[in-house]
Design a protein around this ligand. Structure first.
Ligand code: PFF
Length: 451
């Protein structure tokens, strides 16, 4: 019998849940990662594959992951243990929860370093460090990334912020913070899009880069990156949305809330792309210049605007908050597990996991400078962790979640959680049982050269 409440408490309303889950979804993935991987993978065709993955794979799996969380009402590891007992399948399914915990730890170790760049940019903007000259902006970014001390310092600031929020419980302050943050972030993105429009022909060049697909630009690895990004940006495949679902009161529609969250997430990513690519072209920059892309373009826009320093400060503050509302969802699964199974307080659990993640993050910070020669499978530590988690662990986790909800759980339990009219239920069931797992599988076969 499903539990009716989590020991960790509940969201205060449907709206609070939407805010928190949107906070988990919208983050660096939308504003930092989406533009740079789109640039690296040739634009329109990549965007189309990503949007297709959000629709056909991401949304059905988001529904599955949330319903599993709400039914299990615990950390993903314990939820999977109980749900596998309920479904009468092997208790080994709890290792799926473990893989999620590991993925969360690995993701946050590099996520925090990048969020640190954003914090550094708040101060750069404030002290007048933004310039209308692309070369100055680029060298300022290069200087930051070349400095181990600065990267480790800002990464530490972000980890301390993450831990102090998680310690207080994800529900307290979070709901209110996100309520302010999301509209403000959207407003600033619109301002940046308006600025991009002033670049005239480059605005249209940016739009055409994003929205005219040229399939000769992408190969199987680009398709894998697009699919992996659909998981990353929606925060799927590792238990983050599962643990948030476990705090969701009964009676709230999982399908509707998932559609809102995915919709909001996609809009933010597309707006970021529309704001950035015109600047890339107007300033003769390379769309494929990598993880520094937004840090080398947006300061030019702020450097050009009257009062740009203020908008710059605001924008990067909001970006840091967006990163924070995602980072807390990345540690919540492990913290919830430590509280449930090890009997430690939430505060202690947060400090232990945060400390370990911080230490790993130091090696990521160094991989941009002193350790840039250290390679794992031919990739720097940062690139390796990003590839391993976003392109492999999250899709594998998502695949298993789809199989679990689509094939193993008793359908009456699933129906009970979803509470959908028959026809809509059948559509979801078809997507989650066949389309989503098959798509992930085929992309993997393709990358391995087997299909
Ligand atoms: N969705 C977040 C972003 O786009 O920045 C990152 C993220 C959060 C990934 C939660 C995975 C996750 F479980």
């Amino acid at each position: 019998m499903a539990k009716t409440k989590s020991i960790h408490g509940e969201w205060s309303s449907r709206f609070a849940y939407i805010l928190a889950a949107t906070g988990s979804a919208v983050g660096l993935g939308n504003i930092w990662k989406f533009p740079y991987i789109t640039g690296e993978n040739g634009g329109g065709a990549f965007v189309l594959v990503y949007l297709g993955c959000v629709l056909a794979i991401g949304i059905p799996i988001m529904i599955a992951e949330t319903l599993m969380g709400r039914r299990g009402r615990q950390s993903p590891i314990n939820t999977l243990r109980d749900l596998s007992a309920e479904a009468g399948v092997s208790p080994h399914w709890q290792y799926l929860g473990w893989m999620g915990v590991v993925a969360g730890v690995l993701i946050l170790s590099y996520y925090s370093v990048i969020a640190g760049w954003a914090i550094a940019y708040v101060f750069k903007a404030f002290f007048g460090g933004f310039s209308a000259d692309a070369a100055i902006v680029k060298s300022s970014f290069d200087n930051l990334v070349a400095s181990p001390g600065q990267l480790i310092f800002w990464h530490s600031v972000f980890m301390v912020a993450t831990i102090s929020v998680v310690m207080r419980g994800v529900k307290g302050g979070l709901e209110k913070a996100v309520l302010l943050l999301m509209p403000a972030l959207l407003a600033l993105l619109f301002l940046l899009v308006a600025y991009a429009m002033t670049t005239g022909e480059y605005y249209f060049q940016g739009l055409s880069f994003l929205f005219s697909p040229d399939f000769s630009e992408i190969d199987s690895d680009a398709v894998l990156t697009a699919m992996g990004h659909a998981f990353f940006t929606l925060g799927l495949g590792m238990g983050a949305i599962m643990v948030y679902g476990s705090y969701m009161p009964k009676g709230i529609s999982i399908v509707k809330t998932s559609l809102y969250i995915a919709g909001a997430d996609t809009i933010v990513a597309l707006l970021a792309g529309i704001a950035i690519f015109p600047l890339v072209f107007a300033n003769g920059l390379e769309p494929g210049s990598g993880p520094g892309l937004i840090f080398q373009t947006l300061p030019i826009a702020f450097g050009n605007m009257t009062g740009g320093w203020l908008f710059g400060v605001l924008f990067f503050v909001l970006l840091v908050f967006a990163a924070l509302t995602s980072s807390i969802s990345l540690v919540e699964p492990i913290v919830a597990w430590l509280v449930e199974n090890k009997g430690v307080s939430r505060a202690k659990a947060s400090v232990i996991s945060g400390g370990a993640i911080w230490a790993l993050g130091v090696s990521v910070a160094l991989s941009f400078n002193s350790w840039s020669d250290v390679k794992i499978f031919d990739k720097t530590i940062f690139n390796f962790l990003d590839y391993l988690t976003a392109n492999l662990m999250l899709p594998i986790g998502g695949f298993c979640i789809a199989v679990f909800a689509g094939w193993l759980m008793h359908q009456k339990d699933v129906r009970n959680e979803l509470n959908l009219p028959d026809q809509q239920y059948e559509i979801w069931k078809f997507l989650v049982s066949y389309i989503a797992p098959a798509a992930v599988f085929i992309v993997f076969l393709h990358v391995l050269g087997l299909f």
